[in-house]
Design a protein around this ligand. Structure first.
Ligand SMILES: Nc1ncnc2c1ncn2[C@@H]1O[C@H](COP(=O)(O)OP(=O)(O)OP(=O)(O)O)[C@@H](O)[C@H]1O
Length: 122
């Protein structure tokens, strides 16, 4: 039980560092909440909710991993180095691809629903 409790404590400590120290993570969490509010207003279906929650989770987890990689690089050295640039740029690319995926899913789900609301009302 203590092992289990410790896992939770460390994970929540990690979330706290992320939220307090990384504005990108905070921003993605805010976007996630906006997506949840929009999905509630547009009365998304069960499977639409699954896709939306998957996208939010992927973006936030991707951003946390990106932050970990940036911190690892900074921990090893703060000097300007092309290798450090390559590592950080690749981590940023991974988050960018996840955000593109989430953006496409969001458009596929929300645009037709917004169209329905415009034509027929809520
Ligand atoms: N030590 C370094 N050597 C060379 N280039 C670096 C180095 N550190 C950062 N960079 C370049 O600057 C970019 C931004 O790096 P930084 O660590 O500031 O992350 P960030 O994307 O601004 O993240 P955040 O806003 O979450 O802090 C990197 O993608 C990389 O191109």
């Amino acid at each position: 039980m203590k092992w289990f409790r410790d896992r939770f404590r460390y994970a929540f400590a990690g979330i706290r560092y992320g939220v307090l120290k990384d504005r990108s993570i905070v921003l993605q969490i805010v976007f996630g909440w906006i997506a949840i509010v929009v999905a509630l207003v547009l009365r998304c279906t069960f499977y639409e909710w699954l896709w939306i929650l998957l996208c939010i989770t992927l973006v936030v987890v991707g951003e946390i991993f990106n932050s970990c990689i940036e911190q690892c690089v900074n921990y090893i050295s703060l000097e300007i180095d092309p290798r450090a640039k390559k590592i950080k740029d690749m981590a940023a690319a991974a988050v960018f691809l996840i955000c593109v995926f989430a953006g496409i899913v969001g458009c596929l789900i929300f645009i037709p629903k917004i169209g329905e609301v415009v034509f027929y009302g809520l």
